[in-house]
Write a protein that binds this ligand. Structure first.
Ligand SMILES: NCc1[nH]cc(CCC(=O)O)c1CC(=O)O
Length: 313
């Protein structure tokens, strides 16, 4: 009874690391199953010169993988949860949610030890509206420039001298064995992470009970509760593509403490809130916090961001 599981994956170093990590875990759990990788390119990997928000956002990186699963060429895909749209296409679902790596954003620089040390006019690279708005809100004297590409490309652009510092997810650097490049793990009070940051999620066909049985032991119940709350908040805000939204949940006993914010990309306004409740109500908590943010004007900010991106595309 030799079963083969195929993992569809992007070809970037980080995506390959993530797929190989799940491959190794599955092989250790199920010695009679052989796990193969199906590396593929996505539209998001091919279009490299346009800010992501203008070319359709996160879904660009998963479509080809999803088609491969729906056509039966692959059984599962491993994703960074924060890159996944909040809804899945019919026939596919999020089944596994793995243990969270460090969720914080990382400050990376060749000249400065921390955000506080950056002088007036220093140029910081990031392509994330969430990072941009929080950086500018706390450090209005900084200048934020777009920075795209995979982790390696972004580090190269820093090393070439195009930026004084760049912001990346700590988890990606840690996974690629690049944690020595992290100068500061930015406190979540200064930069609230994106929903699902630092978490690997596994997508498979909804009707594929055999694959689901093999994937079941990969899920971390605590991480799952937190990520469900974070994603429910984004879903209610309709934060589908690249948006200035932060959502971060932690467990305290059986309670979830969820923090959320929506901000103007230029940092001139940030609407934030938090909520606490039992982990069994994770998704309801996320929705309730989103309602609160909307009641404080988050919807207007998000509409303006969407309109601006449409006009420029
Ligand atoms: N947006 C790209 C992306 N998607 C996932 C990660 C790694 C972090 C994670 O696992 O959440 C990164 C790199 C980054 O944001 O610096």
């Amino acid at each position: 009874m030799n079963r083969v599981l195929r993992i569809a994956t992007r070809k970037s170093l980080l995506a390959m690391w993530q797929a190989q990590h799940i491959q190794a875990r599955l092989e250790a759990l199920h010695p009679d199953v052989s796990v193969e990788l199906l590396p593929m390119s996505t539209r998001g990997d091919v279009i490299l010169d346009t800010p992501l928000a203008k070319i359709g956002g996160k879904g660009l990186f998963v479509k080809e993988l999803e088609v491969a699963m729906l056509e039966g060429r692959a059984d599962l895909a491993v994703h960074s949860m924060k890159d996944l749209p909040v809804e899945f296409p019919p026939g596919l679902e999020l089944f596994g949610i793995c243990e969270r790596e460090d969720p914080r954003d990382a400050f990376v620089s060749n000249h400065y030890a921390q955000l506080d040390d950056l002088p007036k006019g220093a140029i910081v690279g990031t392509c994330s509206l969430r990072r941009k708005c929080q950086l500018l809100a706390h450090y209005p004297h900084l200048v934020v420039h777009d920075l795209r590409g995979n982790v390696q490309t972004r580090l190269n652009k820093l090393d070439e001298g195009q930026f004084d510092a760049i912001i990346l997810a700590a988890s990606g650097l840690i996974r690629l064995d690049l944690s020595a490049r992290i100068k500061q793990r930015i406190p979540v009070d200064i930069c609230l992470p994106a929903n699902g940051q630092g978490v690997l999620g596994i997508e498979c066909r909804s009707d594929d009970a055999d694959t689901k049985a093999l994937l079941a032991p990969l899920t971390c119940a605590d991480t799952r509760s937190c990520v469900l709350a974070e994603r429910a908040m984004n879903r209610r805000l309709q934060g589908g593509c690249q948006v200035p939204i932060g959502a971060f949940a932690e467990l305290e006993g059986d309670d979830i403490v969820l923090r959320g914010l929506v901000g103007r990309p230029d940092g001139s306004e940030i609407i934030e809130g938090d909520i606490r409740g039992h982990r069994d109500d994770a998704e309801a908590l996320g929705t309730e916090l989103a309602e609160f943010l909307l009641s404080r004007g988050a919807g207007k900010i998000l509409q303006e961001v969407y309109a601006a991106n449409e006009l420029q595309s």
